[in-house]
Design a protein around this ligand. Structure first.
Ligand code: UTP
Length: 276
């Protein structure tokens, strides 16, 4: 079964400058927990415990977060503050963490290809930490792992977005399999609303079969001169099978200031206050 998950975290996060000048975007907290920890928790919940990160310059705080801090932890030992570290300690105890670097930020497709060394020849999950997802019942990645068991092909999480926002997403079209599932037949990266085949946008959750690495290797740079995972996935859909899954739950685009603020308000009201 799927055990590995890749977290591409090499992007510059320019929409959050100056906050991201010396700090990774993925370490921005939603209330009291960094985005990347929510992402790792979702993967662990789905049974993926072998975690690989594609990092870049200035991202070392992510590695430090998934490690112990002896001095500080010794300092708060036996105090009420210790309980705040229970979640992260459990992740550290139950998962393995490996890292590789993307040297030039040539796009998400390129970042995923750089992760090949951590993944090898097996199906794997991909989580973009700046899309914060709250699954209905179970997490979004866990929902997708269930589908992978059934279909054994790449699976993309999608959601309906307002038509005028298609130019911010990879957009798919396909044949309906059931209410929540489509077999992908077409895909366009960041289309103008007038050229978008649908308003079904790919969000930051994927399950990919390992043939994707060779496909990415053969994919020339696309939109914005970057190697686009959408282009590689279209080739995969044309030669094999790619499914698009309308997940059950809610997504916050924490790569944008508006989505980040919405997620903060949601967590403060629904989760943080309840847990105190
Ligand atoms: P984004 O499109 O959000 O780019 O990438 P970004 O650079 O992080 O943010 P802005 O637009 O400058 O504010 C989506 C995901 O893909 C990763 C990012 O880290 C993010 O999780 N990514 C993107 C890479 O790892 N490498 C890349 O070359 C591009």
């Amino acid at each position: 079964m799927i055990k590995k998950c890749l977290f591409p975290v090499a992007g510059y996060g320019t929409r959050f400058l100056p906050a991201t000048k010396a700090m990774p975007k993925e370490m921005l907290p939603i209330v009291d927990k960094p985005l990347v920890q929510y992402a790792v928790e979702e993967a662990a919940e789905a049974g993926l415990s072998d975690l690989g990160f594609v990092t870049g310059r200035g991202k070392r705080a992510i590695e430090d977060h998934f490690d112990v801090n002896y001095e500080m932890e010794h300092q708060i030992e036996g105090t009420g503050k210790e309980s705040a570290l229970e979640g992260i300690r459990s992740l550290i105890d139950n998962c393995s963490f490996s890292y590789t670097r993307q040297i030039n930020m040539n796009g998400l497709g390129d970042a995923i290809l750089k992760g090949e060394t951590l993944i090898g020849d097996e199906a794997f999950g991909v989580v973009l930490a700046d899309d914060l997802c709250i699954g209905e019942g179970v997490g979004v990645l866990a929902q997708m792992v269930g589908l992978y068991r059934q279909y054994r092909c790449s699976i993309l999480a999608i959601e309906e977005v307002p038509h005028d926002q298609t130019s911010s997403y990879g957009v798919i079209d396909g044949e309906k399999i059931s209410d929540n599932l489509m077999r992908v037949t077409n895909m366009v990266e960041k289309p103008d609303p007038k050229d978008a085949p649908t308003n079904l946008a790919i969000i930051g959750r994927y399950i990919l079969t390992p043939d994707i690495f060779d496909i990415i290797r053969g994919t020339p740079p696309g939109k914005n001169g970057e190697v686009q995972i959408t282009d590689a996935l279209l080739s995969q859909a044309q030669s094999g099978c790619v499914m698009a899954y309308k997940f059950k739950g809610q997504r916050f685009d924490c790569g944008s200031v508006e989505g980040f603020v919405d997620a903060t308000n949601y967590y403060y009201e629904k989760v943080y206050n309840r847990n105190r």
